[in-house]
Each structure stands twice: as C-alpha cells, then as structure tokens.
Design a protein around this ligand. Structure first.
Ligand code: ADP
Length: 839
C-alpha cells in the first residue's frame, strides 16, 4: 500500500473524522476532505507542511516531543491526554479538538495516521445537557411542590398549616433560600408578617428553618396599609416589585445579618380576584436576577394554589364564625322566646283576672234597670270585653304551647258527637249567609277515640269558623275519614272545604304563623287575630299529625289535618257521685273564699242571683275559722292565691279537720293559672273540682248541679228576690224546642252564639246610623233579623225588620227611636234565653 494508491486514499477519505498522514519528519503527506474543511486549507496548501501548522504555537513544543516518543515506540494512543487541546485554522481561529495517533507501516515507510475530532459541538451539547438536567431537577422539585400544595389546597382549611406548607414547598422547590409571608388584613388595615423561613443547604436536601416571629418585633411586623411601606404599596398596586439591596426589616427575619450587600429582593403579591391576599418576599444575588425572575414565573402555579388555599381558609373561617354567631343567636332567640312565652302566659292570666271582674260586673249591671243609652254603652263594653277575652285565651294557648306547658288530655270520647257539636255552632251563621253546610263521616271510623276532645274541637272549630267567615256563597263541608287504622290507633283525617275567597299561593305557608293573615285587609273585613291557625297547627303537631291547605284565590280552600288518636270504648256509665252529700231542702249555702273585692262581688252576685246563700271569707285562715266554728256549708268556692293562708293550705286543713267525722264538704278551687300543674296541685290538696278564672257562670252551674244532684235548682231560683225576667218578656219555649227537634245541645250553642254575635251586629247598626249609611244599616239589620227570628218573638223581629227597611230606603228620620226600641228588646230577650243556654 502506498499513499499514491487510489484505493488507500479512498479508504482514508471515508473516515468520518478529519484524518491526516504525517511522515517521520512531521510533514503532512495526506489530508482528507474533512481535515481540509475543518482547518480551511486546500490540499496543495497543506501538503508537505508540518503538522504544527494546524496547532496554536503554545502546543508546538509539546507536540514535537510527543511525535518523537511516538516514533520511538509506535502504538495507538490519544494525544495530550487529560489536557485541553485546540486546533488552529488558516483564518487564525482556535477550536477545541481531540487527537488520536496511530502507526501505519506502508511502502512509503512508517507513517503516523492522525485523526482529529472537533469537540466544539460536543462541549455545547454537554453544557445544554447539564443545564437541562439542572432545570429538570428544579422542575421536578417544583412539580412535587405543586402537587403537595395542591393537596393542601384541596384538603386543608387550616390557615397555620397552609402557611407552613407553603414555606416548605417554596424553599424545597430549590430556587430560593428564604421566604417571608405577610397576610393582608383589610379589616384591621394592616399587612401582618406571619412567617419567615430559610434553608441551610446540606447536600441535596434543604433543611428548612421556620423562624420565630417574636412579639417584640411587632412594630416591624404589622405594617399599616395606608402608609408608604413597600407592603402597602404592593397591596395597592398588586404588582411584583424587585428591589436592589435588602430590606433590613425582613433581613432579620430571613437570613443572617452577614451578607446584606450584592443582594436583591423580590416582593410578590398573591392575588385572588384582583385582591392581594398575601405578599411573599424572597431574595437572591444581583447576578441571578433575570434567571430568578424567570423562575418566579415558573412558580406562578404554586402561588395560585397558595392563593386558592388562602381564600378557602378565609372562607372557612368566615363560615365557622358565622356558624358560631348563628348558634349563639339561635340560643339567645330560644331563651328569649321561652322567656316571652312564659311572660305572655303569666300576663294573660294576670289580665284575665280583672277581665273576669269586668265581664262579671257588666253582666250584673245588665240585670239592673238601665236607660237605653246606658244599656247601649254596656253592650259596647261587653263586646269589647268578649273580644279581649278571646284574644287573651288565644295568646294564653299559644304561649302555653310554646313554653311547653300545655299538656293534652287522653280520655275516651265519642268522635261523632264531639265533631257534630262544633258543626252545629256554625249552622246559624252559615244559614244566615245562605251557605250550605255538609258533614260527612266515614262509617268505618271507630265510635270512640282516645285523645283530647276539647283540643280536637278547638282545631275543627277554628277551621270551620274560618271557612264560614271567608265564604260568602256556596258551601262549606267537613269530611272526616281514617288515613290509617290499626288495632289500637287511628290516623284521623279531617278536611274542611269551602267555596270562599281562597288564599294567594305565596301566603299558603305564612298563614300558619303567629299573627299572620293572608291579607292586611283581612282584619278590617273579617276581624280575627291571626292566631287561630297558629294554635291549630301546634295542637295538630302535638297530636302527631300535620296540617296543610289546598287553595286557589277566588275559588275556595280546603284545610286538612291529621291526628293520631287511640281507639277507645265508652261505657254508658251511671256516674257515681264522688261526693257523699246529703242536701236538705233549704237554699244551698256557699262559702266563698276570695280576697279580691271585685271577685267577691262578681262571684257573690252570681251565687245570689241563683238564690244561694253566700258567706264570704277573705282568706284561707278566715275560711278555716268558719268551718272550725262548726258552721255548715254545702259548698266552698276557694280561691287559690290569697294572703295569710292560701287556698291549698286551707283545703288541706279543712280535710284534716274533717278526718274521722265522715264529713266531706265539696271544695271548688278557683285557679288563676290555668296551667295543668296548678290544677293537679288543687286536686292533691283535697279539692274536688277546679275552675280556672275567669270562669263562666255556666261552668260553675254545671259543677254545682253535679254536686247538688237531685236538688231542683230552678225552684230555688224562684225564691230569689231578683227576678230573672226583669222586663217580663216571655218566649215560646215549646215552639223553640220543636223547631230544633228538642236538640238541647244545639239550642244551647245557638243561644251562646246569639249572645256572642248580636252585640256585634248591634254595634254595626249603631255605626251605620251614625254614618247615615243606608246599605250598612240594611245589611247589619238583615243579619241580626236572622238571628232574632230564631227565638220566635215577633215584636223583636218586627223591630229589626223595620230598621232593615229604613236602611233600604235610606230613611233615618226615626232611626234613633227604633234603635232604642231594638236595644230594649234585645236586652229583654236575654233573661228568658239564659236558661236555654244551660239546659
Ligand atoms: P284569623 O282568622 O283570626 O285572622 P287564623 O289564624 O285563623 O286567624 O287565619 C289566618 C289567616 O288565614 C286569615 O286571616 C285568612 O287570611 C286566612 N284564612 C284562614 N282560613 C281561610 C279560609 N277558609 N279561606 C280564606 N282564607 C283563610
């Protein structure tokens, strides 16, 4: 082989690197195209030049030494091992190379085959590789920090934990050595430095130190937002600030005092919806400025996560605070409500006692000789008193329920009769308005149920009277059925349907609230207090049922309620008299124990009116004196609350006194508190009955009748000096009885209703006359005529009829005199009607 052999040249040309053949004198005998390109020569220029031509001068001496040693012991080796070598181009530029030397024995003698690699590119690659690796490592930290911070953002609402985690992750990301966190408190008007961290790099793992933020540094750490500080500035502008130098205020927090200079600080706002929530501060060397600004960009997602975590934590804290406030407020409201209910319950009682006196005195006054004017005024007093008493009863009911002091009875009662009596009380009113009234009860319902018939009646009465009140034409119907029945319980379902004014959809829920009426004009048009449905709905609740209404404005309403009641049986018992009471033929002697003079007059007056003998004791002690002195009474009416000795104590002593004598004087307790507990106390003390004040005369009568047993009280009444029919008006009792098929209960309710209702109509007539309102007069007179005609007393009916005519003709010339006559007639009707109400 020779270098002049085309075959050898071809082989050397195919080598991927620059290749040269150098002879023993160091002269270049051959250079391939790569080599010519690399060094920028033509073949002619390079041939027979020394190899040093291709090296910078500083390598010449070393190279010729190397060549000599190679020629003395020729074997392949790299040149300049471990040292950086540079090539030297024709244009004078240098570039890094590596050289390999190989011996080549050919015809031309020993040649040195020199291969040269340009390492410029390789260096570049390696640098990029190293930079990439560093970036990757950094990004890897960041990625870990993102996911870790992301978890915190998703799982923690704990502000302290979030701050600690951010500090750690920020530093662990490996870009910055320190971090200060300040939170912006807009309410307090300051930025508060809450955390400082810095790291001591040890190997790859930073040791993160959380700096104590001491209380005494407070003045540095709480920065007012309206000042000129950098924190206030960033809070306002919401932009990252880069400051050359190091702010001493944070320096103490973030790094040691040793290296302040040549530093740069970054203040980065953490924002949510354009509002700065926090500011982070960190620092680096001045030279790293650009690189670190880029890193901060890369860290933006971490800061976003922090901002989400922060808002979550704030939001959560707000919820917690609101919740705590809510709990506190609810408790206060509950306490206040309980106190209010108790106050109302007590108040309405306190008011009922004097109300009792007012009504009682008015009743007594009514039975005396009065002028027409006086009677009219009295009528007005009685109407107002009745309305007030009804309101008091309602308030008492609702407050007793709300104070948890109303207990339901559990007695067996006949279902049909119980509901029918309610129904009957409304027949008159319905008839008068021209309404049809229907009552239907499912045959399959048990005859007797166990529960509280009085409260059941109260609910039905409320629904039914509302239905009649709010309906001007069409019909009102009660449907009673069983929703479900098992062996000992029935879910009663009562529906009261009317074709009245209906209720607007948006008021359907509200009407069950206390004092709620569907329309502000309701009170004006129909009266009422807005308490009826509220009481009903609470009673229904207590009976384990629910109440609701289906209604369309203008088309009518159906009120439904259910109640869980037991199934019972009622024996027709011949009630054993609880009192062994031998009564003679003499007038009943009653001992009234009462400290209040008004009440003494009221109760005493009632008793005397009934022809009873009445002695009065002003307190329990005096009552005991009467009894112990051997005076005998048929009955004691005992007030409970009295000075000196109360009714309970007096009763206990009377019973003790009776012991062994076989005597038992009936004692009726008069309680001022209609709370069940008071009533129980009465019975425990030894009383036989109780009446809660204000009681109705009829209630007292009923009890007395029960005690007196066979005694004919009507005979006694004849013996009284005060005649029951002062005006001498007589009624066709037989006629009335026949008209109502001897249904005493119905007649009784009609009389009661008449007494309640006629004063209202009388009032309306009075107002219409005063206002010269012909239509109003005709309407009110018509309504009253319906009621009065029930009693088949032609004169009375004629007077009302006359008024109605005058109204239609708008003629008021005789209004005053006819009105006076009407008042006289109505007053005269009362005495003969009263016994009917007690039959
Ligand atoms: P009151 O009847 O004393 O106002 P309630 O609590 O019994 O109080 O009724 C509350 C309100 O519900 C009434 O004022 C009325 O607006 C409405 N309401 C009740 N029953 C009916 C009904 N059958 N038809 C139309 N509205 C009714």
């Amino acid at each position: 082989m020779s270098i002049h052999d085309p075959m050898s040249r071809q082989i050397l040309e195919a080598v991927p690197n620059a290749a040269l053949l150098v002879d023993r004198q160091g002269l270049i005998a051959f250079a391939n195209a790569h080599a010519l390109n690399l060094f920028g020569y033509t073949e002619e220029e390079l041939l027979n030049q020394t190899i040093e031509t291709l090296l910078p001068e500083r390598f010449h001496a070393g190279h010729s030494r190397l060549l000599q040693s190679f020629l003395s012991s020729p074997k392949s080796r790299p040149m300049g091992e471990g040292r950086e070598l540079f090539g030297y181009r024709k244009d004078g530029t240098e570039f890094p190379i590596e050289i390999g030397l190989n011996p080549l024995e050919i015809e031309d003698g020993l040649m040195v085959l020199t291969s040269i690699v340009d390492t410029t590119r390789r260096d570049e690659y390696e640098q990029t590789l190293r930079a990439n690796n560093a970036l990757l490592a950094e990004r890897n930290h960041l990625l870990n920090s993102f996911s870790s911070m992301g978890q915190v953002a998703l799982s923690s609402f704990d502000l302290e934990q979030i701050l600690d985690r951010l500090g750690e992750e920020f530093i662990r990301a490996g870009i910055f050595r320190s971090l200060m966190i300040a939170l912006i408190d807009y309410d307090a008007g300051h930025a508060q430095v809450v955390r400082g961290f810095h790291s001591n790099q040890q190997g790859n793992q930073p040791i993160i130190k959380k700096l104590e933020i001491a209380q005494e540094q407070g003045e540095y750490l709480s920065v007012p937002l309206d000042g000129n500080s950098i924190l206030a500035d960033i809070t306002r502008r919401g932009k990252t600030e880069v400051i050359e130098g190091w702010d001493d205020r944070f320096d103490a927090q973030i790094s040691g005092p040793e290296d302040h200079r040549d530093k740069i600080s970054y203040f980065i706002p953490v924002k949510r919806d354009d509002q700065v929530l926090a500011i982070l501060a960190t620092g680096s060397r001045l030279a790293e400025r650009e690189e670190h600004l880029r890193s901060l960009d890369a860290m933006q997602p971490l800061l976003d996560l922090f901002s989400i975590s922060l808002s979550n934590a704030y939001f959560y804290r707000q919820i917690q605070e609101t919740q705590q406030q809510l709990v506190a407020t609810t408790q206060t409201a509950k306490d206040a409500n309980q106190a209010k209910s108790e106050f109302l319950a007590n108040m309405s009682h306190e008011i009922r006692t004097p109300m009792n006196a007012v009504i009682g005195m008015a009743n007594l006054l009514d039975d005396t000789d009065l002028t027409a004017d006086q009677r009219e005024y009295l009528g007005a007093i009685r109407i107002s008193a009745d309305v007030l008493l009804q309101l008091l009863n309602d308030i008492l009911d609702i407050s007793k329920i709300e104070a948890g002091k109303l207990a339901l009875d559990s007695v067996a009662f006949p279902l049909k009769e119980t509901l029918e009596t309610v129904f009957k009380t409304q027949t008159y009113q319905a008839q008068d308005k021209g309404l049809e009234l229907h009552f239907h009860m499912d045959d399959k319902l048990p005859a007797a149920l166990v529960g509280d018939p009085i409260r059941l009646r109260q609910i039905v009465l409320n629904l039914l009277s509302n239905a009649v009140k709010f309906t001007s034409q069409g019909e009102v119907a009660i449907e009673v059925s069983a929703e479900a029945t098992n062996n000992d319980q029935v879910d009663l379902h009562v529906a009261v349907r009317d074709t009245g004014i209906g209720i607007a959809a948006d008021k359907l829920d509200a009407i069950f609230e206390v004092f709620a009426q569907a329309d502000a004009s309701t009170t004006r048009l129909y009266g009422g207090t807005g308490l009826g449905l509220a009481i009903s709905s609470r009673l229904v609740d207590m009976m384990g049922g629910r109440i609701w209404v289906d209604s369309r404005e203008g088309e009518g309403s159906t009120f439904h309620f259910t109640a869980q009641l037991g199934i019972g049986s009622i024996e027709t018992k011949s009630q054993p008299s609880p009192l062994p009471k031998p009564l003679g033929n003499k007038a009943l002697r009653v001992l009234l124990v009462e400290d209040n003079t008004f009440n003494q007059m009221v109760a005493g007056g009632q008793l005397k009116q009934r022809g009873y003998e009445c002695s009065i004791a002003a307190n329990g002690r005096k009552a005991l004196d009467f009894i112990e002195s051997g005076e005998s009474f048929d009955l004691v009416l005992m007030d409970v609350q009295m000075p000196v000795m109360d009714g309970l104590e007096a009763t206990r002593r009377i019973r003790a006194h009776e012991e062994g004598s076989g005597n038992h004087i009936p004692i009726i307790g008069l309680t001022a508190h209609a709370m069940r507990s008071d009533e129980e106390q009465c019975l425990q003390a030894g009383m036989d009955f109780y009446l809660s004040k204000p009681y109705k005369a009829e209630d007292l009568d009923k009890i007395i009748k029960q005690i007196a047993g066979e005694i004919d009280l009507s005979q006694r009444t004849e013996s009284t000096e005060q005649p029951l029919q002062p005006e001498g008006l007589t009624l066709n009792r037989q006629g009335i009885l026949e008209a109502f098929e001897h249904d005493n209960e119905l007649i009784q309710s009609l009389v009661e209703l008449f007494f309640k209702e006629y004063p209202l109509q009388l009032n309306a007539i009075r107002s219409a006359i005063d206002a010269r309102d012909g239509d109003g007069l005709a309407r009110a007179s018509h309504a009253l005529k319906g009621m009065v005609s029930t009693w088949q007393h032609d004169d009375s009916t004629a007077v009302v009829h006359r008024l109605q005519q005058m109204g239609s003709e708008n003629d008021f010339s005789e209004a005053e005199s006819v009105y006076a006559k009407l008042v006289d007639q109505l007053t005269a009707l009362r005495p003969p009607l009263e016994p009917l109400s007690q039959s």
